[in-house]
Every structure is written in C-alpha cells, then in structure tokens.
Write a protein that binds this ligand. Structure first.
Ligand SMILES: *Cc1c(COP(=O)(O)O)cnc(C)c1O
Length: 401
C-alpha cells in the first residue's frame, strides 16, 4: 500500500501474491556494521559521528555550504518554512502535483499554498506561470523536483530575485540529480531531501536540510535543537545553553545516520543501477509509445536525473486503471499519485476546486508508476514489461490514442 491510499490496484486481485513489488528497501553495504559501531561507541542520540559524516558527504558531493540532517524531509520542509518567516496572510507558490508535506510545511504556519500548474513534459512546476501568481503577499516559491528531474531553476531564481522571494527546493526525490551540472538542492536559498525507504538512498525515515544562504545557518541550528543555542555551546561559542527561539526536535538518531552513511557512500553505485533500469524501461517501452499506446517520461537535455521513479502516461484514466489492475492480477504492483493537493478536502478549504489546474489533474488521472528499485532483477523487470506488452496485445483491436 502506498501512502495516502492511492493504490487502487489493491481493491481487486488482493489474493494474487505479489511477484514484483513496487519497491524493496535494501542494504547497500555496511549499514549494520556502522549501526553496531554507533551502539558500541555509546552514542545513539543525534549529532554524533555518523550525523556529521552524512552532512559532510552531502556538503562535499553536492556543493551545498551547510547540510543539517533531519528525521525526515517533512521536518526539513517545516524548518525551511520557519526560516522563511512565514505567517498568516503570507503566500507560497508551489505545484499541486506533489506530496502533502510541501504544502503542510506552509499551511501549519498559517500561510497559504498558492498552487500553480505543471509543465506537460516533466510535470514540474511551470516556471512560466510563476510571475502571474505573485502578489504583494508572496514570500517564497517551493519548486518540487519531480522524479528527480530538475525544475527550470534559472527562470525560477530570476523571478525570485526580481520579486524578492525565498526559494526552497523540495529535493525529496532529487538526491544526486543535476541541473546544468549543479546538484539539485544546491540552487535555492534552502532545500529539503528525503531518505524515506521509498527514495533512492534510505534509512527508514530520514531527511536533510540544505542551507545555501549562510545567513540562515545559525537560526536553522537553533530551530533544529528545540529552540536552544546548544550547538553554539558545544562549539564553545557561548558558556551555557538556553532557550532562545521557537524550535522543535529535528535531529535524527545516530542509528538512522549510521544506516544512511553506508548508503550515501555508495551513491554512484545505487544511482547507476537505477539509471540502468530506467533506461531499460525506456528502451523496451519505446515501441508502445510509437504506437501511441502510452507516453514515456521526458528529461530535458540539461538535466541529469537520478532515475528516482519511472512512470508512464496512459491515454485516459480508464486505461490507466485497467492496466494497473491487469498488472496486479499478474502479481506486479504499479501505483499512481498524486491526488492533486488543490482538489483535496484541505485544498478546497483554501478556495481551490477541481478544474483549476487542468494539466495537474490530467497527469494525476493518467499516470502509472512502475516498479523500480536498486535490487530489481533483470528477470523481474522483463516480467513487468512482458505484462504491459501483454495488456496492449489484448486490447490491440481498440483504437490507439
Ligand atoms: C517523499 C517526499 C516528501 C516527504 O519526505 P519524508 O522524508 O517522508 O518526510 C516530501 N516531498 C516530496 C516531493 C516527496 O516525494
């Protein structure tokens, strides 16, 4: 079951055992060894050796001045929203085609998510529509790098600079992905990464806050540590630590960081394996695209994705649901998302309704994600593709889209 109950294929064929799951969490190398080391060293709370190692590795590899590890990407987004000083009456521009955490981070401070439609090719926030959505209450833009494909950051950063807006990248899906040679998460003022078990690099639940504007570092450290200046105390910058600002508990456990460090050490191996599977899907499904049976995902020339997820767009919702059910009946779990946030019960409370964002709604109805994970075998992937081909052979007599 994916999150938010968006897995319709679960309703039928529940008795057929799953042969190819949608995702399978994996051990990449030294995870358990590092956890043992953290435990025997006697420090399993936060900000010990492994939390530091993870931060440093991300700072170096992605050229981000400061990275603070967090218990989730949701936590990092909450911190980012607090660092943007959002409050009631403020507006933040973001896509509706995203996970709830992007909008919650803003809404929980009383600010309003302003939903803008997506580009048809990448399903990322349409950068050409941002300027029209800016009002005198707009404080920030939260672009989401969907599927690990970069948003048009040059345009977004230019609008933000001209209109005095903060930019927070939701790079939950974009770890080790690049836009014009620069890492996603290194471009905005702030960025949020996820290490949830469904992402490319995992530790069960985990995340990180990237800080590209050094002026935000000090307050970020305070918010992360229960509103105290404890980090400054440990560095000897103050002689006692105390409550200095609002904050929360946004430090992850060393156990999670130890697990994560083992994964981050193998960044290249893991993403190479994902990219190979992604390319194999593209290659094998290309004939179906040529016949007009489905549409494959697009990656702009100047973006290097991390192959976070592989989706296909079917001609209509009925075909998408039928293909998902067909795959489920063969033991393959393919799932869809997102219920557009603007059309959700919460989105409606902000005054949105179905029909406001046609491209988002259309993608949401026609999109199907195929199994893609580090340890997926060639046989498993062949099986998935064979079942998709089988489905379209079965309905060959119907007209193509
Ligand atoms: C996964 C995801 C999140 C939330 O990540 P958590 O680590 O589970 O909190 C936020 N935004 C997007 C776009 C995501 O895909």
């Amino acid at each position: 079951m994916t999150r938010m109950g968006q897995d319709a294929s679960r309703t039928s064929h529940a008795d057929v055992p799953i042969t190819v799951p949608f995702n399978r969490p994996f051990i990449a190398g030294k995870e358990l060894f590092y956890i043992a080391r953290a435990v025997t060293q006697g420090n399993i709370a936060g900000d010990g050796e492994f939390t530091r190692l993870c931060s440093r590795l991300m700072e170096d590899r992605f050229a981000i001045p400061h990275v603070l590890m967090t218990p989730s990407c949701t936590a990092a987004l909450e911190m980012a929203a607090m660092l943007c000083d959002l409050g009631p009456g403020d507006e933040v521009i973001m896509p509706s085609f995203t996970f709830v955490s992007t909008a919650n981070a803003v809404a929980r401070l009383g600010a309003k998510p302003v939903f803008v439609d997506v580009r048809e090719d990448t399903l990322n926030l349409d950068e050409t529509r941002i300027e029209d959505a800016v009002t005198d209450r707009t404080r920030a833009v939260f672009p989401v790098h969907y599927a690990g494909v970069g948003c048009e950051m040059d345009v977004i950063l230019d609008v933000a600079r001209r209109r005095g807006l903060r930019v927070v990248e939701d790079a939950a899906q974009g770890v080790d992905a690049y836009y014009k040679g620069r890492a996603l998460g290194s471009l905005g003022d702030l960025s949020a990464f996820s290490f949830h078990e469904t992402k490319n690099f995992i530790c069960g639940e985990g995340g990180a806050l990237g800080i590209n504007d050094p002026e935000l570092l000090e307050r970020a450290e305070i918010i992360r540590d229960k509103g105290t200046n404890r980090r400054q105390f440990f560095r000897g910058q103050v002689d006692k630590y105390t409550w200095v600002d609002v904050g929360s508990s946004y430090v992850p456990s060393e156990i999670c960081s130890a697990f994560l460090y083992a994964q981050l050490e193998l960044t290249e191996t893991i993403n190479a394996s994902r990219r190979a599977k992604y390319d194999a899907y593209l290659r094998r499904l290309e004939p179906l695209e040529r016949e007009g049976r489905l549409r494959l995902p697009r990656t702009p020339e100047h973006c290097r994705s991390n192959a976070h997820l592989f989706y296909v767009l079917l001609p209509d919702e009925a075909t998408r649901d039928e293909l998902a059910a067909h795959l489920r009946s063969r033991g393959v779990l393919a799932v869809f998302h997102y219920v557009p946030l603007h059309a959700s019960p919460m989105g409606r409370k902000f005054g949105y309704r179905e029909g406001d964002l046609p491209l988002t709604e259309d993608a949401s109805r026609r999109l199907l994600r195929l199994p893609l994970f580090h340890e997926m075998t060639a046989d498993e992937q062949d099986f998935v593709v064979d079942q998709i081909e089988g489905y379209f052979l079965r309905c060959k007599r119907r007209p193509a889209a």
